[in-house]
Write a protein that binds this ligand. Structure first.
Ligand code: GRG
Length: 300
């Protein structure tokens, strides 16, 4: 069994290769014309590094039920398209107005605003094209469940809704429950979606799906809390994006509410809770324990 870092690298490479193929010149059939500059902006936005942590959660949750990563990688790549679209749109002048992402100029800086909006739109719609294709899973019922799950988690009741709450938070002090709600939608939704999708691909029992949903919920909370801590303690060079953003924007986070020490303690508690949910899977879930730990202990 490879160590965690090697496995993370191997899955990320597989996701990258799949995205390269899907965004390649001939991938949609020679008869379909896709504007070259749009495709270039989409490739720039999605093939620009990143930890590929959501694909990792998805592929490893599916692997609990013996789904080969060579198969689950398509759904994982689709989820990464949604994540990258959200980063491109979040960086726009109308939102966070950032010029650095993953250590490189953001998409609207490298191209222009209109192309960044359209590249994001292209990635979001491509995600559903990938999921709907029979290569993602032979059973249309499974594909249809994934389409619904992705839409719910990406949309108004998930990530997009969370972004709206996040923008509103700039002019209003939030309580702890309000911060948790915002974060569960903005960041948590795609991580829960990754875990639940893995269970659906693996045709897990309803009980097993519920466990992975709870695991995803706790891991998502831990991931966001780690992000808030890094925003305060890390630097632009390490993160590949601007830091101290929350304080500058006057946004309340758990770190500003609880302080650094209590936030670190809370992150460790969330990690222990996430690990405890996996008990019914025994040794089979060891990689999911490792990735939960990584979300809290990561340096970027
Ligand atoms: C614009 C619809 C819309 C949503 C934006 C994802 C998001 C919602 C905003 C990004 C801003 C942000 C800092 C969110 C908090 C946590 C987060 C999602 C960090 C970025 O994800 P990583 O760390 O990034 O997985 P990489 O680059 O590794 O993929």
């Amino acid at each position: 069994m490879p160590d965690f870092d090697s496995l993370l690298f191997a899955h990320a490479s597989r996701v990258g290769e799949t995205l390269e193929a899907l965004l390649g010149e001939r991938s949609s059939g020679a008869e379909v014309m896709r504007p070259p500059r749009l495709m270039e902006a989409m490739r720039y936005s999605v093939l620009s590094g990143g930890k590929r942590i959501r694909p990792f959660f998805l592929m490893e949750c599916a692997r609990l039920f013996d789904v080969d990563p060579a198969v689950s990688v398509r759904a994982a790549a689709a989820l990464e398209c949604i994540h990258c679209y959200s980063l491109v749109h979040d960086d726009l002048p109308a939102m966070d107005d950032d010029d650095l992402r993953r250590g490189k100029p953001t998409t609207h800086v490298a191209y222009d605003e209109a192309m960044a909006i359209l590249a994001g739109d292209g990635l979001l719609t491509m995600a559903f094209d990938i999921i709907a294709h029979p290569d993602t899973h032979p059973d249309a019922e499974v594909r249809s469940r994934l389409v619904g799950l992705f839409a719910q988690n990406a949309g108004a009741g998930g990530m997009v809704g969370g972004q709206v709450l996040d923008i509103a938070a700039e002019s209003k002090a939030l309580t702890e429950p309000e911060i948790l709600q915002l974060q569960a939608m903005k960041t948590g939704a795609l991580i829960r979606c990754a875990c639940e999708s893995g269970a659906i691909l693996g045709e897990a029992s309803p009980e097993e799906q519920a466990i992975l949903l709870e695991y995803g919920h706790l891991a998502g909370q831990a991931f966001q809390l780690a992000d808030d801590i890094l925003d305060v303690t890390s630097d632009q060079q390490t993160m590949g994006k601007k830091t101290a953003k929350d304080a500058i924007a006057g946004k309340g986070t758990l770190v500003s509410l609880l302080g650094l020490d209590a936030s670190r303690k809370r992150a460790r508690e969330l990690l222990e809770q996430a690990i405890a949910t996996l008990e019914p899977f025994g040794q089979r879930a060891s990689v999911l324990i490792d990735v939960a730990r990584f979300t809290v202990e990561r340096k970027n």
